[in-house]
Design a binder for this molecule. Structure first.
Ligand SMILES: [Zn+2]
Length: 234
């Protein structure tokens, strides 16, 4: 009987394809060279780009790393595409080394791996899966009472993951990089970017940055949203 079926099955996130071909054009506003040095001593040089016309009006930046010009030329001739990581801002993890997540080590790894082969790191100002810094701290408080990272966002009346990669697609187009190798374990990023017209030639997995404090978070992320992490769950 049809009535036996639940009115709403477990909700799948809407596919990004609904937004296909609605990516507004953004342009380069300014490019400046910034030497980088991380806490562990690793250093490289980034060409930092700001933009005009980003869809949400926020100040997202792109870091061009390594020999990104050669990577673009190679890609234009059908060779390996530039390596690209869209990294969502995490003030606590990126700046202060929070052990509640793996964002700091992910960012550090991404910069070096991209610099090795040439490509771009997109630093996206969507903290806490899009709910903002204060929202993320509220979610942490709920997690301390037993909710997982996704349940906590829902309990706050937010979506599990509010990140939107429209600006990433805009930035890539402005950088002439709409054919990319995607450095990410997150299938949602790949799905959204493909739906926004970015050609993903390859998905490259990032490493697993496991610590006692983030093990539960990483396991939840992997089990819940099909992140391709090889985490030993127990
Ligand atoms: Zn984080």
């Amino acid at each position: 009987m049809a009535e036996a079926m639940p009115a709403r099955s477990t909700m799948l996130r809407p596919l990004a394809t609904v937004r296909l071909a609605t990516v507004p054009v953004a342009t380069v506003r300014r490019q400046v060279t910034v030497p980088l040095k991380f806490a562990d001593g690793y250093g490289t040089t980034a060409l930092v780009t700001s933009f005009e016309g980003l869809a949400d009006g926020k100040e997202h930046i792109a870091l061009s790393l390594g020999d990104w010009q050669a990577a673009l030329r190679r890609s234009a001739h059908g060779g390996a595409a530039p390596l690209v990581r869209p990294h969502s801002e995490c003030l606590t993890g990126d700046v202060f080394g929070s052990q509640r997540c793996d964002c700091g080590p992910q960012l550090r790894e991404a910069v070096e791996r991209i610099a090795e082969v040439g490509g771009f790191l997109l630093y996206l100002r969507q903290e806490g899966r899009g709910i903002g810094l204060y929202g993320k701290l509220d979610a942490y408080a709920l997690q301390d009472r037993g909710l997982d990272t996704y349940q906590a966002n829902l309990a706050l009346g937010r979506d599990e993951d509010e990140r939107d990669y429209t600006v990433a697609a805009q930035m890539l187009r402005a950088l002439d990089a709409d054919r990319i190798a995607l450095l990410s374990n997150n299938p949602d990023k790949a799905e959204q970017l493909a739906g926004l017209g970015v050609e993903i030639t390859e998905r490259v997995k990032t490493g697993v940055h496991l610590s006692a404090a983030n093990a539960g978070y990483l396991a939840t992320k992997a089990l819940h949203s099909a992140h391709t992490l090889d985490v030993p769950f127990d």
